[in-house]
Ligand binder design. Structure first.
Ligand SMILES: [Mg+2]
Length: 179
């Protein structure tokens, strides 16, 4: 059975800039590119999972988001088609949330579409809502400390749900390798 690695973008793969819309502003988090390649070699299929309410708010277009994603992969030295699928939730926060994290909808659709084993797939992110997305889909969750603060609320949640907390994506993938 195939395993998915559902990756939050901002604060997990690249530094979290509020409403990132300029590809020239993208910087890297050290070790992420190697970690992504290593995760693939361990048999995990990479998916990009990002809430992009800036689109729903009319701040920028979906094309802008794709341009930023492309630039990110270019900086990583990875091919433009690296992600098996790209799951962008563009809803305005005030609208009904269908795909917006913590909705499990995207994960469940990817599981169906790509025949993944959800219980051995991971959602990795820097916010409580990433972990909630994992839990509500029946996937595993992991928190990385490269974005939003590791709060008491997050600490309590990860302990309750038996989810790992890592300094960065590289440390998380090292953990996967040891399993
Ligand atoms: Mg994030």
């Amino acid at each position: 059975m195939k395993r998915g690695l559902f990756l939050d973008r901002d604060g997990t793969l690249i530094p979290d800039y509020h409403y990132l819309s300029d590809p020239r502003r993208i910087e890297l988090i050290p070790g992420v590119a190697d970690a992504l390649a290593k995760a693939c070699s361990l048999g995990y299929l990479p998916f990009l999972f990002s809430n992009q309410s800036g689109v729903g708010r009319g701040f920028f277009t979906l094309e802008t988001v794709h341009a930023c994603n492309l630039r990110m992969l270019e900086l990583f030295g990875l091919p433009a088609d690296f992600f098996v699928d790209v799951c962008l939730a563009t809803e305005h926060p005030d609208d009904e949330h269908v795909y917006r994290k913590p909705s499990p909808r995207f994960i469940l659709e990817m599981v169906e579409k790509h025949n993944l084993e959800v219980s051995s797939s991971y959602m990795v992110g820097d916010k409580l809502l990433d972990l909630e997305t994992a839990a509500s889909a029946g996937a595993r969750g992991a928190f990385v400390k490269t974005g939003k603060p590791f709060t008491e609320e997050v600490r309590f949640y990860t302990e309750e749900k038996n989810m790992g907390v890592f300094d960065d994506l590289a440390a998380f993938v090292d953990h996967l390798e040891k399993q």
